[in-house]
Design a protein around this ligand. Structure first.
Ligand code: GDP
Ligand code: MG
Length: 158
């Protein structure tokens, strides 16, 4: 799970693994690892989900957590353009360090329905550059299963 603070990384994992959502904001300390077993073409896949914190300091800090990852979700708060800019920097950093890996750009908090100006245009540009984009609400659960399933497929087919 990559993305700047408060975009919903922890909430997405909780929604996916435990099926719950909380409005309380708890800063994740260090890295938390969750596990979920998913089906892929009749096989059981052990998905290890690494939920990191300190993403703003990440540039110089948490690369050790990222090494060894098979793929990642680049999470954006769809109400906050600064989180979109942060995602670009994170993606560059990870690709520089690890080379190309499967990833999905996740626009979270879609239940709030307050996108920033020109978001549609910026999303189209991302799509044109070949990035996979999906939409979620950890609050309502919309799109959450699909995002993790799609990433699993991308990793397995990579
Ligand atoms: P993280 O710092 O990226 O792990 O973000 P959190 O998962 O801790 O979420 C930050 C805040 O945003 C919390 O108050 C969450 O309840 C809230 N939040 C997360 N996802 C959603 C969402 O899909 N919709 C809404 N409305 N709030 C969300
Ligand atoms: Mg967190």
């Amino acid at each position: 799970m990559l993305g700047t603070f408060a975009v919903g990384k922890t909430s997405l994992v909780r929604r996916y693994v435990q099926g719950i959502f909380s409005d309380k904001y708890l800063t994740t300390m260090g890295a938390k690892v969750d596990k979920k077993i998913v089906d892929f073409e009749g096989k059981s896949i052990n998905l290890m989900l690494w939920d990191l914190n300190g993403e703003d300091r990440f540039q110089g800090l948490s690369m050790n957590y990222v090494r060894g990852t098979a793929g990642y979700l680049l999470v954006i708060d769809s109400t906050r353009r600064s989180s979109f800019e942060a995602a670009h920097l994170l993606q560059q950093k990870v690709e520089q360090e690890l080379g190309p890996l499967p990833f999905i750009v996740v626009f979270n908090k879609t239940d709030l329905k307050t996108p920033w100006e020109n978001q549609d245009r910026e999303i189209r540009q991302l799509e044109e550059s070949g990035w996979t984009i999906m939409y979620t609400s950890a609050k309502t659960g919309t799109g959450v299963e699909e995002v993790f399933e799609t990433l699993t497929q991308m990793i397995m087919n990579a």
